[in-house]
Every structure is written in C-alpha cells, then in structure tokens.
Design a protein around this ligand. Structure first.
Ligand SMILES: Cc1cc2nc3c(=O)[nH]c(=O)nc-3n(C[C@H](O)[C@H](O)[C@H](O)COP(=O)(O)O)c2cc1C
Length: 394
C-alpha cells in the first residue's frame, strides 16, 4: 500500500497540471456583485489586508490550499509554496500526510515546508476516512495523527472530508459511518485547533452545525466550482483503463455545493470560514470575504505556479493582492473587517439556491448593509447634504 499511495500523490499532481480538472458551476463568483462606491475615501496604498485566524495575525487573507507531499518529485513544489507563505505571512496547508505515516522515507517532502516557513501558519492534513476502520486498513492511531502534526510543527490540523473522491477512486475507502464520532473523539484528545476541510463538494448549513458540534475550530467549505477531485480521479481511472470508476468520476465531476453558496450556508455555524474552490482572482477573494469568509483558499493556481518556480508563486500573489485592494477601495473598505461589511448583491443561480434554502433575509441584509447603518444613524428629517457629510464614512 505504501508504494500505491506514494504513486497516487505524484499522479494527482501530474494529472492536475496536464488535464483540465476545473469544473465551473452555474452558481459562482460572477453572481456576487459589490455595490460600487464612487467616493470611496480609501487610499490603495493605505489598505490593511491583515486578518486574525485562530488567534494568529495573517498578513493577507489568502490560504495556499493543502495540495501535496508524499513523493520526492513534489518536494520542490512544497518548498516554493513554503518560501512564499513565509515571505507573505500566509496560511499554508500540506497535502494528505498519509503517505508519510505509512512510509516515513517521504516525510521530508512535508517537513520541507516548516524548514522554509518557520513563521507561517501551517496546517497538517489527514483524511476523515482514515479515522475509521476501512476494508483495507485500520484507523489512524492518536500517535500517528500527532506524528503528522509534529512532522511540520503544525499550528492546526486539517481533516479533509472527501467522500466523493473516495467513491470515484478505484482503490478508494468506501465507509463513512462513524466519521463524525471519530472526529469528535480526535478533537477531544488534541490540544491544537482542528479545521474541517471539504475538497470540492462544499459544506451545507446543517453539516457546518454538525462539524461545530464535533468541536472543529474552523471550516474550509471546499466548495464546487474549481478543481474537481472527481474529475481528477476520472482522469486517473482513464489512464489505468478502469471504466467503472472513470464513469463515476465523470458523472459526479460537477457534484456539490458551489463555493459562494457554501460560504453563506456554513456561516450560520459562526466559526472562522475558509472559502476554497474556484477562486481565481483577487476580486473572487474579495467576494468570498464579503460573503463571510475569513480566508480564501486556492489550490490549482498555486500548484501550477509552484511547479514552475518560487518567483511565479510571488507573481501570482502580487497580482492577487493588487486585485483584492482594488475591490476593497471601490467598495469603500480600508480593512478586511470593513470589506466584510460592504454591500454585496447576490444574483442568478446563487440567489435562487440560497432563497430556496431559506437565506432570503440574509441576502437582503448583505445588499443593504450600508443603507441599514445609514438609516440607524440618520432620522428621515435629518437627511440633508450637510448631515450626510457628518455621518460619512458609513
Ligand atoms: C492535485 C491536487 C491534490 C490535492 N490534494 C489534497 C489533499 O491531499 N488534501 C486536501 O485536503 N485537499 C487536497 N486537494 C484539494 C485542494 O486543497 C483544494 O480544495 C482544491 O484544489 C480546490 O481549490 P481550487 O479550485 O482553487 O484548485 C488537492 C487538490 C489538487 C488539485
């Protein structure tokens, strides 16, 4: 099994880079519009993009999503990502550490991350299916989980939820009964925070509340609309001539809750949220933050850049940050807290879904945040030009 997992790690990276495994959704970032502020009173160069995440100050609200490790060929990718996380003060995840727990020879492809990012906020990574007995393996022990955490001196542990990927994987784990109980028990035995992380199918309101009950400290909604692990497994199955799982992977490649929807749904749990899945620009980052995310994760764009060079990762970050700042200025936000309080109008499929799911009032409130603050400050009689100036900026 150890070689099988090691091989899968490098296949995932190569296929993601060679094939198009991105599966856009009808409900997506284009449905989320800021209300433009013609007199924003925000200087681009004075914008503060820092956020607090699980008690630590993060310079930019960007998460370099959990991607890889477990094979010597991917060590450089992790090193490039880590150097950038250190330079920009970001949160960075490593890919599933199962490979190194089974085969300690590949631990250095993960440990390289802490070596190159001594101050960054690092997320260790294990899978929820490995917390329960499966047909082909026993659950991880607490000692193994602690080894994964120690391997990168992690600040938090991400437990990935990937039932769809496992179902589309020829050798995938087929059981999920008991995952919530196992997660709750694991969290009660650990001292560091645990982040529940979907991997492309999203988190609903009800599942977010269940995760909160399990004791997670944050949720990465890992919604649909970007890299599809189902499409990735379909490509793997195709290259191995396994038609059965290829069909499943293709059929379910657009399954799931789109990321912007998932952010709104999961925000009812009132936990720090990471919005990963299909964000491709600084404007998408701004949209996710305005919907309620604390951080915005990106996988494929960082994988591609890091497979080229450290400089490419920096170029990507520079342009994301520049784009984010423009969205902040034009929506009148000097800080991320103000951006999260900016007016956003949600339309299209995203609105349709959220309305049917009972979020109509939340959508109206998001579209009228500034107006409602304005109304709270100004009585109808006092709305004249002079008063409006006094109460600005809202
Ligand atoms: C090649 C590849 C490998 C991945 N491996 C993991 C993993 O081991 N653990 C995990 O939690 N997520 C994993 N992911 C999911 C990403 O963290 C992220 O959720 C996904 O890529 C969606 O973001 P994107 O649309 O920006 O790419 C992987 C994604 C890709 C493309």
């Amino acid at each position: 099994m150890s070689n099988e997992i090691k091989q899968r790690k490098v296949e995932h990276v190569n296929l993601a880079l060679e094939r198009n495994i991105s599966v856009p959704q009808h409900a997506n970032w284009g449905d989320v519009h800021f209300v433009h502020q013609a007199l924003p009173e925000v200087d681009l160069d004075a914008i503060d993009t820092s956020v607090l995440f699980l008690g630590k100050k993060i310079r930019y609200p960007i998460f370099i999503s959990s991607l890889t490790g477990g094979h010597p060929d991917v060590l450089t990718i992790n090193r490039n990502l880590a150097r950038a996380a250190e330079e920009y003060g970001l949160v960075l995840g490593v890919g599933s550490q199962r490979a190194a727990l089974i085969n300690p020879d590949v631990a250095d492809s993960y440990a390289v991350v802490r070596e190159n990012a001594p101050h960054a906020f690092l997320l260790a990574n294990i899978g929820a299916p490995q917390l329960i007995p499966q047909a082909r393996h026993e659950p991880f022990t607490l000692e193994q989980v602690q080894r994964a955490i120690a391997m990168i001196q992690a600040d938090a542990l991400a437990v990935h939820l990937n039932s769809l990927q496992e179902a589309a994987q020829p050798e995938g784990d087929r059981r999920t009964v008991g995952e919530a109980t196992a997660l709750r028990q694991l969290i009660s035995q650990l001292t560091l925070p645990v982040v529940a992380k979907e991997t492309g199918a999203g988190i609903s309101r009800e599942q977010a509340l269940l995760l909160k009950q399990c004791g997670v400290s944050a949720i990465d909604v890992g919604g649909a609309g970007g890299s599809s692990m189902s499409a990735l497994e379909a490509a793997r199955s195709q290259s191995r001539g396994d038609e059965r799982t290829e069909q499943i992977g293709l059929l379910y490649s657009d399954w799931g809750i789109a990321t912007p929807i998932s952010v709104v749904e999961a925000s009812l749990a009132r936990l720090p949220l990471i919005a990963t899945g299909g964000a491709r620009s600084g404007l998408d980052v701004a949209r996710a933050l305005a919907l309620g995310a604390t951080l915005v994760g990106m996988g494929f764009p960082f994988l591609k850049a890091a497979s080229e060079s450290y400089e490419k990762v920096c170029e990507l970050l520079d342009s994301l940050i520049e784009q984010l700042k423009v969205a902040m200025q034009l929506s009148g936000a000097n800080t991320i807290a103000q951006l999260r309080d900016a007016d956003v109008v949600v339309t299209g499929m995203t609105r349709e879904w959220l309305t049917l799911r009972g979020f109509e009032e939340e959508l109206k409130a998001m579209a009228q945040r500034r107006w409602r603050r304005f109304q709270a400050q100004v009585t109808p009689q006092s709305i004249d030009a002079e008063r409006v100036q006094i109460v600005q900026p809202l």
